[in-house]
Design a protein around this ligand. Structure first.
Ligand code: ZN
Length: 378
């Protein structure tokens, strides 16, 4: 008798060691629960893991998934064309009718692209007609191998009739089928659905794990990987999808403003710039950039300041590693006001989200950044 196959989910998925190790153990011992719910914030890798699990179940190599065989190639995230996988996403009735013959698992869709589209359209839902198709898929014998996999992405967006239709098959799935639901929170699912599935939590990934993943799996330069990971708030998806050119452009404008304020120490400049910033359509993202720059300045200052030596000394923890020299020069001008400034920007962002007076809020904020005392040479 041959040894049981090994599984390599944790190699493929970044920063979800607990979830992937639990799934690998269950696969290796043949005790995978037939109905699972992957829950956690968007971008933590739930869909990528569900698809990797499908490849692990359908691939015949060792270790699996091999990500090279014909089966794995037809279960790639950017082109799902395998007859024993069915993925249901939120959609409109019109989309369902137009694509009725092409079931989502076998129509060559790009899974992450499709998911991004559905997340941008909050009114779409997983339709009962699609769930009926999914149930028929689960009950049918697999076409190629011994298993079939159904994924319901953002299952909390099923309406009640769809969820109720799914209950019976979740209760007693046929032995060949594995059903994975993904959801932002288990509590967003009906209790009857929740109680029939094994919950697998997905947490924000550690920053270093995302950085390593971007360098090793996506061949990114370390500085770019550090920046993407630092801005992603633990979400691998966000790290990957960030438009870096646009971000760098925005960052340059915000940094120029910060340099101007901290160097010139001129309240008049703060008032003028606040007006421009508050009137712009990108105030929130601009403030997000500002907060991450001020965080780096605070780290540099806490590490002894640029005057005491190499501004790159705290480098590994900086998000804007590519700007270390420039930030090192600027950090002493902010001095010990960093933590208070971060706190202040956070409160301003909160107020803006609750529709405060944008200009007054931003003006007060920028005025607070102006140093007391004489201006520094530019
Ligand atoms: Zn394979």
């Amino acid at each position: 008798m041959s040894a049981p196959p090994r599984f390599r989910l944790s190699e493929i998925i970044a920063g979800q060691a607990r979830a992937t190790a639990a799934l690998e153990r269950a696969l290796a011992t043949g005790r995978l629960f037939p109905s699972l719910v992957f829950h956690g914030a968007p971008g933590t890798g739930k869909l990528a893991t569900a698809l990797a699990l499908a490849r692990a179940l359908l691939c015949g190599a060792d270790p699996r998934p091999c990500d090279a065989c014909r089966t794995c190639r037809r279960l790639r995230e950017d082109g799902l064309v395998h007859p024993d996988l069915f993925v249901a996403f939120p959609e409109t009735r019109k989309q369902f009718l137009e694509g009725a013959e092409a079931a989502p698992g076998v129509s060559g869709i790009d899974a992450q692209e499709r998911q991004a589209e559905t997340q941008a359209n909050a009114a779409w839902s997983i339709l009962i007609d699609r769930v009926r198709e999914a149930i028929a898929f689960v009950q049918r014998r697999p076409v190629e191998g011994a298993r079939s996999v159904l994924i319901l992405d953002q299952a909390h967006r099923m309406d009640a009739p769809a969820a109720n239709a799914l209950l019976k098959v979740l209760e007693e799935p046929p032995p060949h089928a594995v059903i994975v639901l993904t959801a932002a929170s288990v509590h967003a699912l009906l209790p009857t659905i929740r109680s029939r599935c094994q919950a697998v939590p997905f947490r924000p990934a550690p920053r270093d794990a995302i950085t390593a993943f971007l360098v090793e799996r996506h061949g990114m330069a370390p500085e770019e990987a550090v920046l993407r990971a630092g801005l992603a708030s633990g979400r691998v998806g966000a790290a990957l999808s960030l438009d870096l050119d646009t971000y760098r452009e925005r960052r340059e404008a915000v940094l120029a403003l910060l340099e101007e304020l901290l160097r010139r120490g001129d309240p008049g400049v703060a008032v003028t710039r606040a007006e421009g910033l508050a009137k712009g359509a990108t105030l929130e993202p601009d403030l997000d950039v500002l907060i991450s720059l001020v965080r780096d300045l605070t780290l540099i200052e806490a590490a002894g300041g640029a005057g005491s030596g190499d501004p790159r000394r705290p480098g590994p923890r900086l998000v804007h590693l590519d700007l270390a020299a420039r930030l090192g020069e600027l950090a002493p001008r902010l001095g010990e006001r960093g933590p208070a400034a971060i706190d202040r920007i956070e409160r301003v962002l909160e107020s803006i989200r609750h529709r405060g007076n944008r200009q007054l809020l931003v003006e007060d904020l920028l005025l607070e950044l102006v140093p007391q005392g004489p201006p520094a040479p530019a």
